[in-house]
Design a protein around this ligand. Sequence first.
Ligand SMILES: Nc1ncnc2c1ncn2[C@@H]1O[C@H](COP(=O)(O)OP(=O)(O)OP(=O)(O)O)[C@@H](O)[C@H]1O
Length: 683
Amino acid sequence: MGAHAAPHVRATPLSTTFFLTKTERLIDIICLNLIILFLLSSSTIADASDAGASDALLKFKDGLSKNVDALGSWNNSTSPCSGNYANWIGVLCANGDIWGLQLENMGLTGDIDVDALLLLPDLRTLSFMNNNFDGDFPDFYKLGALKSLFLSNNQFSGPIPDNAFAGMASLKKLYLSHNAFTGNVPTSLAQLPKLIELRLEGNQFTGLLPNFQQKDLKDVNVSNNQLEGPIPPALINLSPASFSGNKDLCGKPLDLVCKSSEPNPNPPNASSDAPSPSSAPTLEIGPNKKTSPLKIAIIVISCGVALAAIIALLIICCRSRNQTLQLGRPESSSSSYKHSTSLAAAASLHTASLVKPTSLSRRGSKRGSGSGAELGKLSFVRDDRERFDLQDLLRASAEVLGSGNFGSSYKAVLMDGQAVVVKRFKLMNNVGREEFHEHMRRLGRLRHPNLLPIVSYYYRKEEKLLVFDFVHNGSLASHLHGNHSVEQPGLDWPARLKIVKGVARGLAHLQNELPSLIVAHGHLKSSNVLLDEVFEPLLMDYTLAPLVNQEHAQQILVAYKSPEYAQHGRTTKKTDVWSLGILILEILTGKFPANYLAQGTGNLASWVDSIVKDQETAHVFDKEMGSYANNGNAEEEEMLRLFKIGVACCGEDVEKRLDLKEAVEKIEQIKESHRDFVVDDHV
Ligand SMILES: Nc1ncnc2c1ncn2[C@@H]1O[C@H](COP(=O)(O)OP(=O)(O)OP(=O)(O)O)[C@@H](O)[C@H]1O
């Protein structure tokens, strides 16, 4: 028995030294057969579901009337997805499932067959932006799991039913801008709990705005409609530009005070039986409003309880602040910090999640020597920096700067007063430790006045931390699109020209130093250009593509939004030039290329076209550049030269597009303005 049983023992998953009985062997054979049967049947199921997805998409394609040439790859010779790779254009795949359709700039018309899309259970995002769809708003409510829906720049028209979004509880982003929708803004929008972006500008919506109350609703634009009445309180912190060009909107953030007779923004056609959160009154209680004594008592008691809670919170905060101070930071500098919370608290970075086992903690090793684990180490990539360790970082006083596509960024002030930014990257878990170290060492060797250097980094499989110096003047995006004040006035022309030159130089340095990379930067956009105290630009988030998980890179990185990637699925040495061109046009016009916000591929061709058209028909340059913009003087000529370079950089045809060397040379030839750039104006 032993002679022929031995191989069988090796094959069993339980690597025991016992020999198997006949019954056990029989059970083994049955199990093996069952597994084979299961594998066969699951592959049949997979094939069937592939076929289901193909059928659904082909049915959807049948509904489209013209220009389906663009969807030539949609045919039965391949399945729509192979893993995360899409064989069919515009299909977004993850693990073989279809999670999105991105059919933009294809000249599509006809019917959007929502019933066909119902057959795609994993569908979460739909974009039909920049096509020619017209007619009524389709029945998207049937796709209850959708997270984002982008329909901007089509010719949809007519009123949208009030309950058109009922049940779309997962919807986070809705873009309906630049269509011809009429009637009221549907009140069902105010009931979507997760909504964060809502773009309705450039339609013909009339009447009152629904009473939006979503806390996370941050990017809203209803400009250029025919809306009237008070702006709901939840929206008063947005920019006035989000409401401009309407018939009669009033209240903050607009300068127009609402008349006392102004109607309550409760939806005119919403059912009034059941008071929902969105139908709560939005206007402050007027002086002649009668309030019962019971109500007054309730309000007084509620205020008392709230006050007590605030005091308790303050006490807790003060205690934890003291603890933070005790842990490290000198008290003398404390007054300059907005928040006294530590980075560990701000980022919920628990020491436990950053420890790595030492050899002592491994099985079979000596016990009783401490915890058996040590805190992971920060790796420094430059020798000219004073070292600090992870513990110092975690204790540092910190505040959240913002959340980007990869994770959040935090400003942390170390014991010695130096301010650094810690950026968490979560979408890099496919890259191995050695590969990551090597890439960091490569980036650490880069030196250029227009590149923000990496100070140090921390590697863990699940997430990485990159540490940079804090740049006090903030990002170019905040200067171009943020609110201006005495502390932060708009950027004038010499400042903008200086920034473009610096960005171009930084890009050229990256491309020269990293010749093996097809796209040296890959994520150039205005929020990734920081400005130092003399408005010298510093590029950040460069050269991430080799580290970011491929499927996420395609969704997030700017390079993958280029025309060449949208059309041919590839990036080139000129892809960074395209991003530079878009940035130049953004800097000159002050207009934000909103398509960056959309996930996935999708070029900005129509944005560029609209800017070029503006330039032909009217003054396109940002008025913030000063009185000398648009007045035909020498500076306007310089602006025009830069404008032409910008357009030549973001041409769709890669062959005709300038290469980086040419672009840099042409930009450098534009002379600095005769006026000196006065730094004091800006700080
Ligand atoms: N070193 C820094 N100094 C000052 N501000 C910074 C620094 N790094 C990032 N910021 C700012 O913090 C905010 C968040 O940045 P983050 O890089 O996380 O997101 P993002 O640039 O908006 O998007 P993405 O993740 O796609 O790059 C941005 O406003 C950015 O300009």
